[in-house]
Ligand binder design. Structure first.
Ligand SMILES: Cc1cc2nc3c(=O)[nH]c(=O)nc-3n(C[C@H](O)[C@H](O)[C@H](O)COP(=O)(O)O)c2cc1C
Length: 167
């Protein structure tokens, strides 16, 4: 089975986690792609999808919040994020497991989660959730990741990979 991890990042924190999660999943082939290059129709051999992005304004980013990030010093502004990618994603028409994650500032802890919103869209499209939406903490808007989050991401990926393994 192939796994695909799709991420969005402006400062690089979510990408670091996506790569760590992919390592943890440990399926023979786990591809990592950003939301700009991810396809609207998943390859037929993809059986597990993980989607991660930063929480902006209590939800997934939008063009407006990405513009605001630019004003706050983010250099790499993607032309589309997971919100737009999910909107373009076709219904799988077969069983595909899905998990979502996001990044959020550790302090102050704000309500709202991009991962929860993304999961809602994916379930509405017919994907099968296999884990609760997960959140990883960053210090401030630009990061770095909070202590221990890379290791936790690795373990989360390992757990997902174990749950996906054929019994
Ligand atoms: C416009 C904007 C709005 C944000 N809104 C929130 C928010 O509602 N809650 C939160 O926890 N973090 C918020 N953040 C912080 C982002 O979650 C943080 O920048 C992101 O997790 C960093 O990940 P990245 O390096 O992958 O872009 C916001 C950041 C920006 C730029």
């Amino acid at each position: 089975m192939h796994a695909l991890v799709v991420f969005e990042t402006l400062w690089g924190n979510t990408e670091q986690l996506a790569r760590e999660i992919a390592e943890g999943i440990g399926v023979e082939s786990t591809e990592v792609m950003d939301a700009v290059s991810a396809p609207a129709a998943l390859e037929p051999d993809v059986g597990f999808l993980v989607v991660g992005g930063p929480t902006h304004a209590f939800s997934m980013s939008s063009q407006r919040t990405r513009e605001s990030a630019k004003q706050q010093g983010a250099v790499n502004i993607p032309i589309r994020g997971i919100r737009e990618w999910l909107a373009s994603l076709s219904s799988p028409g077969r069983d595909i497991a899905v998990a979502t994650f996001d990044t959020r500032i550790t302090s102050p802890r704000l309500p709202g989660s991009a991962a929860k919103k993304a999961m809602k869209r994916l379930v509405a499209r017919g994907f099968r959730p296999v884990a609760r939406p997960e959140t990883f903490g960053v210090h401030g808007y630009s990061g770095p990741l909070a202590d221990g989050e890379l290791e936790r991401a690795r373990r989360w990926g390992e757990q997902l990979g174990a749950d996906m393994a054929p019994r």
